[in-house]
Design a protein around this ligand. Structure first.
Ligand code: HEM
Ligand SMILES: *[C@@H]1O[C@H](CO)[C@@H](O)[C@H](O)[C@H]1NC(C)=O
Length: 334
């Protein structure tokens, strides 16, 4: 009798463990309410400070969202993007796609500083980036979502990875699809996440080629609005010089997170080459269908965006004993 009770208990434990393991695998190793016990005010502290930063500088919402993307596409969402040059670390900040372009590092520093006061060595820089991206989108009128947490921070950066994996604005559609596939993201993720370009700005350097490209002209000349758009862009961005002049990625509702981006690209009015190829180069028409769906149904876009951004936030995360919680997001712990 006693033996069979014991056997039953062992069996029960085995079954429960199996269930637990399956669940954590399905959840991508991250958790909701991860800091509930260890730093109950973490999400509150982050959202208040994002709010203040965005009030001071509205473009910061865009810049903070982009930081999460540039983090996740290089070695996974591990805050590698935040590391400065130091001894054997070559910062990703000086890689082509990031140099003179990524913004928001000081905002992350401030948030980290406050979190270290509240709960030392508890909240990772990678999780801060994920929370901040969510709050930034919500503040500009976009969707919100539950953030999965528990990422650890990397012990290294990848300058080469930043040059290789962050897509260029003159990429072909085929290249963009391959680039996202490498990260485990599909075409729907590509289309939904590109909708981030409803916010923020780009430099002349990033859109010059598209504005003077003969092929693009032929495709869109039929739209009067496109011709006006091109004239304005050429006045901002001459064929040479003024590389740092900036223009809004969504020239209709630049400060709002909405589905206007998709309406723009259907009219040939995306700012970057990589925006317009979603419509121009999609010969099968599948992507264009999705663009139409998002352009005509903002709620659908919001749901897809939230799903895809959570998926992006799961890319190659470090968890458990891998990585560390940095004390200062710019440096690995001594
Ligand atoms: C599909 C491939 C993508 C390409 C080729 C691309 C490229 C670019 C480029 C060239 C800029 C302007 C940089 C500058 O001139 O300084 C930019 C800005 C931006 N990107 Fe992307 N991007 C892509 C996808 C994404 C994704 C997935 C997100 C977010 C999840 C994102 C968020 C942003 C935001 C918010 C800005 C504006 C940043 C600011 O104003 O500070 N992009 N992107
Ligand atoms: C994209 O731009 C880069 C840098 O300006 C340039 O070297 C490259 O040739 C361009 N690629 C294409 C396909 O136009």
């Amino acid at each position: 009798m006693e033996i069979s009770t014991r056997a039953f208990c062992i069996l029960l434990v085995l079954v429960l463990n199996a269930v637990k393991i399956t669940l954590s695998v399905e959840d991508g190793l991250l958790y909701l309410d991860y800091y509930k016990e260890t730093c109950p005010l973490a999400e509150e502290i982050v959202s208040r400070n994002v709010e203040i930063a965005v009030l001071k500088d509205p473009r910061m919402a865009a810049s903070l969202l982009r930081l999460h993307f540039h983090d996740c596409f290089v070695m996974g969402c591990d805050a590698s993007v935040l590391l400065d040059n130091y001894v054997d670390i070559i910062s990703e900040k000086q890689a082509g796609p990031n140099l003179n372009s990524l913004r928001g590092f000081k905002v992350i520093d401030e948030i980290k500083y406050i979190l270290e006061e509240a709960c030392p060595l508890t909240v990772s820089c990678a999780d801060i980036l994920a929370m901040v991206a969510r709050d930034a989108v919500a503040l500009r009128g976009g969707p919100s979502w539950k953030v999965w947490l528990g990422r650890k921070d990397s012990l290294k950066a990848s300058f080469d990875g930043a040059n290789q994996f962050i897509p260029a604005p003159n990429s072909s559609l085929e290249t963009l699809i391959a680039n996202f596939n490498q990260q485990g993201l599909d075409v729907e993720d590509l289309v939904a996440l590109s909708g981030s370009h409803t916010l923020g700005k780009a430099r002349c350097l990033s859109f010059r080629q598209r504005v003077y490209d003969i092929n693009v002209e032929e495709k869109h000349d039929k739209y009067r609005r496109y011709r006006t758009f091109r004239r304005i862009l050429r006045s901002i961005c001459p064929e040479s010089g003024r590389d740092e002049a900036i223009a809004p990625l969504d020239f209709v509702t630049p400060a709002k997170f909405d589905n206007q981006y998709y309406i723009n690209i259907l009219e040939g009015n995306g700012l970057l080459g990589s925006d317009n190829v979603l419509v121009n180069e999609d010969h099968a028409g599948e992507i264009k269908k999705l663009v139409w769906a998002f352009a005509s149904n903002q709620e659908l876009f919001f749901r897809s965006f939230a799903r895809s951004v959570v998926k992006m936030g799961n890319i190659n995360v470090l968890t458990g004993v891998d990585g560390e919680i940095r004390k200062n997001c710019r440096f690995v712990n001594p």
